[in-house]
Design a protein around this ligand. Structure first.
Ligand code: KG4
Ligand code: ZN
Length: 332
């Protein structure tokens, strides 16, 4: 039995998990609430909070799994993409542990791990599948041929869809991150406002025009009625959510048809969106494709997905030297 201790600290979540032969024994996440009052993640505050949280979170993950450090066979850690200072905390911690325990260090790509979250618990997708990876920093269509064989077939040319949710929400006066709040409020309204959809050829995405269209709409309406946002908040949220989901689903549909793939999946923080979760299910039902949606806990940033990716790298003997450094703009 191979036991991996996994560490995630790429953004504002400090997380540690224990994975035993690919199965999750524990997955602990310390959220950083400090950023909400600044309207976004403050890198320096994120690094400091990681420093405070990393030891207790790791200890809690071991305790929850009923293990000690001596039971661990390898340490998996996110090396990028992410915030430099935040990544440094996790990478330095993982390197010291691997060195002191004389066990392998395994570097993990954060976006690959979001996709491999699908293997944290059944049902598992069969290869090849297409994964729509949607987070605060990324929007990608990835053709997944095997655990560690992935190809980006489309991606955003500007903002990520999570940013589009958050910036759209900011225009409405919602706090950060606005995505989950838009999701809740959208359920109370109807998508009656037509926001701009991009016309980008191929499998790429763009969300900057959408954001401008929300801003101009609000400026026009508020000039006539200062209470416009307050009186139409649910419909505005429903319209933002509906437009963004339509953009995503159209591209996912086209990619699955072109690559002749009948297994489709979503991953990343925005995969927690209830509208997107039902839209992908509808798409699968309509086309008789199998759809895969991770449990909420495995959609937003977590170390279990890092441990699952680490486990498959461990099986292939893909170990890293102790001289590795974080790579904030890592691509795969
Ligand atoms: O993957 P993630 O936790 O962090 C990274 O960016 O790597 O994704 C965070 C993003 C934020 O933009 C947040 O607003 C969005 O995911 N998000 C949601 C929902 N939950 C999280 N967006 C829409 N609806 C949600 N329920
Ligand atoms: Zn993420």
């Amino acid at each position: 039995m191979t036991k991996i201790l996994a560490i995630e600290s790429s953004c504002d979540e400090t997380s540690a998990a224990i994975i035993d032969d690919g199965r999750v024994l524990s997955n602990l996440i310390a959220n950083q609430t400090i950023h909400a009052e600044y309207g976004g993640v403050v890198p320096e505050l994120a690094s400091r909070a990681h420093q405070e949280n990393i030891v207790p979170v790791t200890q809690a993950a071991l305790t929850r799994a009923g293990l000690t450090l001596q039971d661990i066979d390898g340490i998996a850690v996110t090396t990028g993409p992410g915030l430099m200072g935040a990544l440094l905390v996790g990478v330095s911690f993982a390197k010291s542990l691997a060195y002191s325990l004389s066990i392998p260090l395994i570097e993990v790509h954060h976006m690959q791990a979001h996709i491999l979250a699908h293997f944290a618990e059944p049902p598992f997708p069969s290869f090849p599948f297409i994964c729509l990876t949607v987070s605060g920093g990324h929007t990608q269509l990835v053709l997944v041929r095997d655990y560690l064989d992935m190809e980006i077939i489309g991606q955003t040319l500007d903002d990520a869809v999570g940013e589009a949710f958050d910036k759209g929400g900011k225009i409405l006066g919602l706090g950060y991150p606005a995505g989950p709040q838009i999701d809740k409020l959208a359920a109370l309204g109807s998508p009656s406002i037509p926001f701009a959809e991009p016309r980008i050829p191929g499998h790429d995405f763009s969300f900057s025009g959408f954001k401008t269209s929300v801003l101009y709409h609000i400026q026009r309406q508020v000039a006539q009625d200062p209470d416009y946002i307050k009186n139409n908040l649910a419909n505005l949220c429903a319209s933002i959510q509906d437009t963004l989901i339509r953009i995503l689903i159209k591209k996912l549909n086209a990619a699955a048809l072109e690559y002749n793939v009948t297994e489709i999946a979503i991953a990343g923080g925005v995969a927690a969106n209830s509208g997107l979760r039902s839209a992908i299910q509808d798409l699968g039902y309509k086309n008789q494709w199998n759809t895969y949606i991770p449990r909420m806990e495995y959609c937003t940033d977590n170390a279990a997905m890092i441990g699952v990716a680490g486990y498959y790298k461990y099986l292939k003997g893909e170990f890293s030297s102790l001289s590795i450094t974080p790579q904030p703009r890592l691509v795969f």
